[in-house]
Unconditional design. Structure first.
Length: 305
């Protein structure tokens, strides 16, 4: 078997228990890649195992767990050829209201885990003089919705780290690829809404704001103009597959029309115009009371992947 064929290439994917990671693992294993699907609990990987994926327990906030997963792949294939950093979640809530412990947890998963796992696989990729690091970012790495400041901060960080890394490892035959999904119907929104339950009260001044953000987030997947432009996990999986097959992959791939439309609007808007646009769907917290979010735009909250 040629070392250039998919089956000779080991793919390590984080966050495969559901959503984008699960869809990507299923898609790539059907194409003949040797897929190592990971999650914190092996019991969440039963379907992927039956489909032909190799299950591994991996927690991106645990150093020993990450080292063990990389060693397992290297013992069988010599190196991780493709790393897909997918694990992540959204911590919603006003900047003042979210406890710092939750902020740290958000960065540990979305940023520091991604960085450390990448550090662990790069030596093997350099030995092969081949490798692809695929980082799941978001349209939220280029624009910000109210109530999603910490999540967006992690995705902005992923964008910056990927841009730096792409330059640093190109000479070793390693590509760094950013995937920027927009609104994806994957259960991500529900998780984002539930994450707001752990925010601080701060004398209740953000209560109506949090309610409005949760409402806008939940409704974005069901109605409004952008709901019809949302994608599904398979759209992301197919985009990743296309990027891996490309001889010269692009630095960034935008997924779903919701991302294309909103990113274009953000590029064309001044900061003041963008704030006005957001104000049509989100009330601004104030001492004077609350306002209900407008449903005219169907604007998603910080739930877009």
């Amino acid at each position: 078997m040629s070392s250039s064929t998919p089956a000779a290439r080991a793919v390590l994917i984080t966050g495969c228990s559901s959503g984008l990671g699960r869809a990507t693992a299923l898609h790539l294993v059907k194409q003949g890649w040797s897929v190592f699907a990971t999650a914190r609990k092996l019991s969440d990987l039963t379907e992927l195992t039956e489909a032909g994926c190799r299950p591994l327990a991996l927690d991106v906030t645990d150093e020993a767990s990450m080292e063990a997963a990389v060693r397992a792949v290297e013992a069988e294939h010599g190196a991780v050829s493709v790393l897909i950093n997918n694990a992540g979640y959204s911590q919603s809530g006003a900047i003042e209201a979210v406890p710092l412990s939750r902020v740290r947890a958000q960065f540990e998963t979305n940023v520091f885990g991604l960085v450390r796992l990448t550090q662990l696989v790069l030596p093997g990729m350099r030995r092969l003089r081949f490798g692809k690091v695929v980082n799941l970012s978001s349209m939220g790495g280029k624009l910000v919705f109210p109530g999603g400041g910490y999540y967006h901060a992690t995705k902005y960080a992923v964008e910056a780290l990927s841009d730096a890394l792409r330059f640093e490892v190109k000479g070793f035959g390693i590509d760094v690829i950013l995937i920027e999904p927009g609104l994806i119907k994957s259960g991500f929104g529900e998780a984002a809404v539930s994450s707001m339950g752990g925010t601080g009260d701060v004398d209740g001044v953000y209560a109506s704001f949090h309610t409005a953000v949760a409402q806008a987030t939940a409704e974005a997947y069901e109605k409004g103009p952008l709901a019809s432009l949302a994608g599904v996990p398979d759209d992301v999986a197919k985009t990743i597959s296309r990027a891996l097959a490309a001889k010269r992959p692009k630095a960034r791939y935008t997924v779903s029309w919701s991302a294309k439309v909103l990113l274009a609007q953000r590029r064309l808007s001044s900061d003041r115009a963008w704030d006005w646009f957001l104000g049509q769907s989100f009330p601004s917290p104030s001492l004077g009371g609350s306002a209900a979010p407008s449903e005219a735009l169907g604007l998603p909250g910080p739930s877009a992947k």
